[in-house]
Design a protein around this ligand. Structure first.
Ligand SMILES: Nc1ncnc2c1ncn2[C@@H]1O[C@H](COP(=O)(O)OP(=O)(O)OP(=O)(O)O)[C@@H](O)[C@H]1O
Ligand SMILES: [Mg+2]
Length: 275
């Protein structure tokens, strides 16, 4: 048995049904393990709530909501991770996904224009599917984009919400907040423009090999004027010329100044044809 405190924290029913192979991630609310399903030997990525998070009805609802979101987009895009099986009620809820062989996007090194285009177009495809189904992803960030031999794939659907949901209090824990627009951090009503911002910030980070709001505290970000930019002006020199204007518009502090996702995609496609 894998000697891991997070696995030891799994409900006994989960431990009976799965054999853990390796820990993929340990979060505040959920753990993800590469695991074998004992009934048929199927290997996948198993996500379950920490015992602390399980105690909160909101965490259990969030886990269950991911299933609806993933089902809503599965037929529309090949980019979202596939769900193999899910148990959302009872004492031992879990999600069992296909295991993606690869790594998450690394923004500590500059990505090639080709890689930026590949990630941008794939993530945009998944976001388009989500938006068409009435959801906002709310968590475009490096840890949610996996580069595999079979292409770019999106994970982290626990943050997605329907457009009519309002986020308050605990709900504001949205993964890496550096990639979230300020109106999201303030708890506004979710809008597709949040995902345009997130994708713009992700692609900028990949080009310039830096994180948004480097060295800033959340309070600085929240109180900064709408004109404040997530990356220093000189960083834009590291963005391919044909992409600068598009990424600057996408990461505007004013949501109405951002392109809608379809025009962002058209701009990205236009640039991708030139590289
Ligand atoms: N299907 C998968 N195959 C391989 N690795 C995965 C898979 N799903 C998730 N991971 C790894 O686990 C990490 C965390 O996944 P995920 O973001 O889904 O969980 P979380 O952060 O706990 O929940 P959420 O973001 O939905 O609130 C990812 O960054 C990735 O490294
Ligand atoms: Mg996550």
């Amino acid at each position: 048995m894998l000697d891991d405190a997070a696995w030891a924290d799994a409900h006994p029913d989960i431990q009976r049904a799965f054999e853990a192979i390796a820990r993929l991630s340990q979060g505040d609310a959920a753990n993800v393990f590469k695991a074998t399903r004992r009934s048929d030997g199927k290997v996948g990525a198993l996500k379950f709530l920490t015992s602390g998070a399980f105690a909160h009805a909101a965490s259990r609802t969030r886990l269950a909501r991911q299933v609806d979101t993933l089902r809503a987009v599965a037929a529309r895009s090949r980019v979202p991770v596939r769900l193999i099986d899910a148990v959302v009620g009872g004492p031992a809820p879990y999600l069992f996904f296909e295991h993606l062989e690869g790594s998450t996007v690394d923004v500590t090194v500059a990505s090639s224009p080709r890689r930026v285009a590949e990630v941008g177009l794939a993530v945009a495809d998944a976001l388009t599917a989500l938006h068409e189904a009435g959801h906002v992803f709310r968590a475009v960030e490096p840890a949610h984009v996996m580069i595999t031999d079979g292409g770019v794939r999106l994970v982290g659907f626990g943050n997605a919400s329907s457009e009519d949901a309002r986020v308050t209090g605990r709900g504001i824990r949205v993964g890496s907040i550096a990639y979230a627009p300020r109106e999201q951090l303030r708890g506004d009503r979710p809008a597709p423009s949040w995902d345009v911002y997130g994708l713009g910030a992700l692609l900028t980070a990949m080009c310039v090999a830096d994180e948004p709001w480097r060295g800033k505290h959340l309070a600085d970000v929240l109180t900064a004027p709408a004109s404040a930019r997530p990356f220093p002006d000189e960083a834009s020199r590291r963005i391919p010329i044909g992409l600068r204007e598009l990424l600057a518009a996408a990461t505007s502090g004013d949501p109405t100044a951002r392109p809608a996702l379809p025009s962002f995609v058209a701009g990205l496609e236009g640039w991708a044809r030139t590289i």
